[in-house]
Design a protein around this ligand. Structure first.
Ligand code: NAD
Length: 373
């Protein structure tokens, strides 16, 4: 099996889908790996390191020629994949709802597109879960970036010149990114509180030493749907949540929002009216800015100032930690291929549970039920 690792072409994408470490492991499995020259440059992996790990390094046309599997971070342009074997796999974060035309083009080209973010959230797939590995780093980076933009310190400091009080950080949405945001803000010495629609997160917030902020006494709020994901909430709940958040948010210095609902625009958690109640100098980091935003007025990759409050968010947060995000993403892909590697076939063979979940296209058609529904 020949695996092609492409240099990313999307604007602002700094990551790469293989590391020297995973190349070595893929070669040990019996694969042939070809890496496009310069693919790892921004993520601090040189062509020489890839070569030493056992990869061929060359231009895209050479790398793709005869490939059975193409690795990407984001889905590569289908038109740029000439030379690959018929029915070759393309493995990447495909953004299938946002990039539907590209999915159709993979089908038309007879390619088998596999979307890593559709990996089921089941125990045996944890090591292949790119959403977790990337969200974890995003939660960390959001706090670091907000701390850098904030004009005050995070920890309480008692100095000869007087006392600096601890920053108050509020994390909205306690999934993988939110948990890491809580932990990071705590390590920096902030006073941290957090909220989510899933009642199960209350214990997790407490266990990290933060204060849970929850809507009480509203019907139908367990908030957890298929696969442990959040569901859309009732109007009554949304109203109660908005009131609770309004009173809490006015006392916060930093707010990190992370709320996503798969396949839909991100829920709006903070309105302009609420922002106006915050203290001047406060910072909001909107981790959902690329999915439509949790915060009114947030703009990807800009610091927008409203009512003296700085609102920020990156269109691609993991890309701001290129080396670690690449290393973990590359391991997710290796763990995925190696779990399904069939020695007799000399390549990966997927089972139904995972194959049907992540396969977008096959035999010239779009086959994924989430795209056909
Ligand atoms: P996500 O990125 O889809 O969403 C982030 C958080 O925002 C979630 O906790 C969600 O409940 C919350 N949210 C949504 N709407 C909200 C609203 N209106 N107000 C406040 N919060 C809101 O979440 P995620 O990090 O991908 O985690 C989703 C689930 O998957 C969790 O239950 C997590 O424990 C689980 N998970 C399982 C595995 C595994 O077993 N392989 C791996 C990772 C995550």
């Amino acid at each position: 099996q020949r695996i092609a690792v492409l240099k990313e072409t999307a604007r602002g994408e700094t990551r790469v889908s293989a590391s020297p470490e995973t190349v070595k492991k893929l070669v040990a499995l019996g694969a042939e790996v070809a890496v496009e020259a310069g693919a790892g440059a921004v993520a601090s992996f040189s062509d020489e390191e890839f070569r030493n790990a056992g990869a061929q390094v060359g231009p895209a046309s050479e790398v793709l020629s005869g490939a059975d599997i193409v690795f990407g971070v984001q889905g590569p342009d289908p038109a740029a994949l000439s030379g690959v074997k018929p029915g070759a796999w393309v493995v990447a974060i495909m953004d299938p709802f946002g990039q539907r035309e590209r999915v159709d083009a993979y089908a038309a080209a007879g390619l088998e597109a596999l979307s890593m973010e559709f990996m089921p959230r089941i125990t045996r797939a944890q090591s292949m879960d790119v959403l977790s590995s990337q969200s974890n780093l995003s939660g960390y980076k959001a706090v670091i970036a907000a701390a850098d933009t904030y004009g005050r310190a995070f920890p309480m400091m008692m100095t000869a010149a007087g006392t600096v009080s601890a920053a108050k950080v509020f994390v909205m949405g306690v999934g993988v990114a939110g948990l890491q945001a809580i932990a990071t803000a705590r390590r920096l010495g902030a006073q941290v509180s957090a909220t989510d629609v899933r009642a199960a997160t209350r214990e997790q917030i407490l266990s990290l030493g933060a204060k849970p902020i929850f809507v009480e006494n509203v019907a139908g709020i367990e908030g957890e749907g298929a696969g442990g994901y959040a569901t859309e909430m009732s109007e009554e709940y949304q109203k109660a949540q908005a009131e609770l958040v309004s009173s809490h948010i006015a006392k916060q210095d930093i707010v990190i929002t992370t709320a996503l609902i798969p396949g839909r625009a991100a829920p709006r958690l903070i309105s302009d009216v609420q922002i106006a109640t915050m203290k001047p100098g406060s910072v909001i980091f909107d981790l959902a800015v690329a999915q439509g935003g949790n915060v009114e007025g947030s703009v990807p990759d800009q610091v927008v100032e409203k009512h003296g409050v700085k609102i920020m968010g990156y269109s691609n947060t993991p890309a701001h930690l290129a080396a670690d995000a690449s290393a973990l993403y590359a391991r997710n892909l290796f763990n995925f291929l190696s779990a399904f590697w069939d020695k007799e076939q000399g390549g990966p063979v997927l089972d139904e549970e995972i194959g049907d979940a992540i396969r977008l296209t096959q035999g010239g058609k779009v086959v994924n039920p989430r795209l056909l529904a």
